[in-house]
Design a protein. Sequence first.
Lengths: 429, 482
Amino acid sequence: MSKELINKLSSPSETGRLVIVGGGPAGLAAAAKARAEGAKDIVIIERDVRLGGILNQCVHSGFGLHMFGQELTGPEYASRLEKEAAGITALTSVTVLNVTPSLEVECVSEEGIFTVRADAVILACGCRERPRGAIGIPGARCAGVYTAGTAQKLINISGIMPGRKFFILGSGDIGLIMARRAILQGGEVLGVAEIMPFSSGLKRNIAQCLDDYGVPLMLSHTVTDIREKGGRLCGVTVSRVDEKLSPVPGTERYFECDTLLLSVGLLPEVELLRAAGAEIDPVTGGAVVDERMMTTAEGIFCVGNMLHVHDLADYACKEAEECARFAVRYLEGNRGGGEGVKAECRGGVRYTVPQLLLRREEGALSLKLRVGRVAKNVYITASADGEEVYSVFRRVVAPGEMEYLTVPADKASKLRKAERVTVEMKEKK
Amino acid sequence: MKKVFDVIIIGAGVIGCSVASRLSAYKCCIAVLERTHDLSCGASKANSGIVHGGFDAAEGSLKAKFNVLGCAMMEEEAGRLDFPYRRNGSMVLAFGKEEEETLQKLYRRGIKNGAKGLSIISGGEVRALEPNVSPAVTAALYCTSSGITSPYEMTVAYGENAAQNGAEFYFDSAVTKITREGKNFLLTTQSGEKYIARAVVNCAGVHADDVCRAYEGEGEKISFTITPRRGEYILLDKTEGGKVNATLFHTPTAMGKGILVTPTVHGNLLLGPTADDIGDKEDADTTSSGGERVLAGAKKSVPSILPKTAITRFSGVRAHPSSEDFIIGRAFEGWYNLAGIESPGLTCAPALGKYMAQMIAADYNFEEDKDYIAERKGIRAFAAMSYEERERAIAENPLYGKIVCRCEQVTEAEIVQSIRRPLGARDMDGVKRRTRAGMGRCQSGFCMPKVAEIIARELNIDINEVTKFGGASYMTEGYIDE
C-alpha cells in the first residue's frame, strides 16, 4: 500500500467514496454491483491477507448456483467474485478499528494507522461461531474442543488435523460439512448430536455429509460431560434431552474420542456497528436496517452474515447486491427518507429483515424472515393496522431455512403507509 | 557440587511469586519450583480478582490483618509492577431486615479490622449508584476502598520482577520428596531433578499439605490439611461490563458467602463463585448445577443479567485450610509455610510476600541488594494505546499493526513479546493470560491457528507440539496426508 494511496483515501473524494468493510462474498458482491450501478470510488478493506473471506476455507462444492448458475467450491466461488470486482481498490491485511458517525473509517496495518474518509459505508464483516462458553457445556476444560469453523481452517488452510476421532455437537451446516471433511481426511466421526428435535442444517448436507458416510445424527441429544487425559480431551458423554431440552438421567452414553467440534450457531460480528452507535436487533444479533439496508447510523449500511446469518453465501451476495444499489443512490445524494414503520413479529415468526419499512419507498418489498419452529401447512401473513394485506402459503417451514417473501408493490405500499405492521405465521384451518 | 539455593519457594502462584519478588530485593539465591507449565496455573488464575476492603474476616485473624495491609498496598504495587487495578468499590447487598442486621455486624467488624471507606447505605442510595441492582435490595454495606485486579497478570508481574532480580524458576517441577542433607534441604521433583536449599517456603496452594507430607520424617509434625474447594464462574461479554460499577456481594449467611457480580478490569462482567468441597485437587471442571447456581445468584442481585451473553465458564480450586485461618510463618528452622491462602488471599498477597521476605531475611541475615530493580514494565497493549502511541508503536515495530485477536485487538507484537520475555509464555493459555489473545467473545475461534503458528515459530517447535497448557494438552494431532 503506497503512501500516495493512503493520502488519497484520507482526503475527501470528488465523486463520493463507498467504503466496504469486509472482502468476503457479501463485500465483493456489493463492490461489483456498486461499480455496475455507477460508483466511481470504491474501496474494499479486508483484514486477512487475501480476499474471499471464509470461502477460502470452504473447499467443498455447493456454492454459486444462484449467482453463477453452476456449482463451485468456496475458493472457486471467491475467485469468480474477485474477478467481478477486479480493478476495484482492495486493501488487504488492514483491520478496521472503528467507523465514526461522520464516516471516518479508522484502519491499522503494518504500515501504520490511517483513516479512510467515506461518503457511504457498507459493513460486511460476517459472523463468528458460538463458543463452548456460550452454551455452557460442563466438564473438563481441556484441549480438543473446537468450533467447526476453526477446525475447517486448520484442516483446509493450515493442513493440520485438530484430532483423529471426532464427536460433533450441533447440526449446523459447518458441523455437517466438517463431519465429511474429517472422514475424507482419514478421521473418524462417531456421531452428531443435536439438542433440538430437528436439524438446523440444510437437508442436502445431512444426506451428503452424514447419511452417505453412515454418521449417526442424534436428534434431541446433547453433550453433558467432557473428559480429559493429560490435558487433551479423551471422551464425551451424550444424553437425550426432554421437551424442555433438559438432559434425561439414565440416557448417558460415553463416546471415546479426542476432539469435540461445535456447530452450535453463528452470531453476527457487530462490534463496528456498536462503535458507530447503530441499533442491534436482539433476535438476529445483527443490525436493525431499513429497506435500503441502512442501519440506524446514517450512511452506514450492513449486509451478509453481519446483518443476519444466511443459509447460503449466494443469498448473502444477493442481499449485498441489493444494498449496493441503495448505497449508490445514497452516494448520488438521495439522502433522508428514513421515516418508516417497524415490522412486529408474532406467532412463530422470529424476525424480519429489513426490520423497518420506509414510507417513501416504492415498488415490491422483499422481506426475509425466520420462524422459530418446524410447522406444516402455514400461511405467513403481513398486516397493516390489523388488516391482512399479504399472505403466502408454505407446505413446511423450519428454523434452519430462511423464508424469502416478495410483497407486490400495491400491497407493500399499504404496509409502508401503515401505523403498525405485523408479520406472523398462521396454521391452515 | 550442586548449587545450594538460599531459599526455595514451592509454588509459582500469586503467593509464591510475591514472596520471590520481595525476597529478590535481598542478596540471596532463590529458586521457585512449580509443578505446572507456567506461572499462575492454580487458584491464582481462576478467582474473582477482587481487592477486598477487609470487613469480612474475623477480628484478630491473620486474614483480617493481611487483608487490610494488602488492600492499602495494592495501588502502589500495581503502579510499580504495571498490573491492572481499579478501585471500583464494593457493596454487600441486604435483602430484608435480617440481612441488614448482618450488615451492621460486618460494618462494626470492618471498623475494628481497620478497613477503610465503609458506610451503610439505603436501598435507594444503592440503586442511585447502581441502577441495575434488584429492587428487592433494602440496604448495603458500601466499601469505597475495595477494588478489582487481574489475578494472573498480577502473578506474572511478581514472577517477572523476581526473575529480573535473579530468581530462577523451574516449571513442570512438582516436589515429590524432601529430605535433610546436613542442615540443608534436598528437594526431589517428579522428574528426578534435585535441588538443595537452606530454607524452604511452602506456597503450594491446594497442595501445601502434600508438600509437608513429602518431607520425610519431620513433615508429619505439621498438622494441617487442605480441602480443595471449587468455585465456578461465568464470564459475560464486554457488552455487559457496564451493567454494574461496584463489586456486588450477597450478605454472607450460614449457607455461605453467596455469588458476586463484578466488572473485571478488562470490562467484562464476572459472576460467581460457587463453593463446593471436592475430593480431587485437580478437578477444575465446570458443572451444569454450578452454572445454574451462579446464574441464579447473580440474577438475585442484578435481575437483568442475560445468560446468553456468556462467553466462557471456568472454575478455580481454592485451598481451604483445616485451621480456617491462614497458616503463616516459620514451622521450624528453615521451613516456612504460607498455606491455606484462600479468599482474601489475592488481596493479602503483596503484604504476605513482604512479611515473609522480611522474616526470612532476618533469620538468615540477608543483606539488601542495592541493584534490586523495584519496577517492572508489562507488555504495552495496543488496545489501550492512544492514536499517537499506536502510530509510534507501529513505526518502531510493524507487528504492532498486525491484529491477531480481533475481539480483544491483540497484535502480533504483543504475542511475540509474551513469548520472548523472561518467564515467557510457552503455550496457548500462557499467551492468553499475558496478552488477552483468545480471551474475547469468540474464545480464540478466529485467532487460534495464528497464535499456535506464532508460538511454534518463536519456540522453534513444530506446530503440532504446541499445547494449551503443557503436558499432553496438544492443540492439534498432526499434518494431513500423513
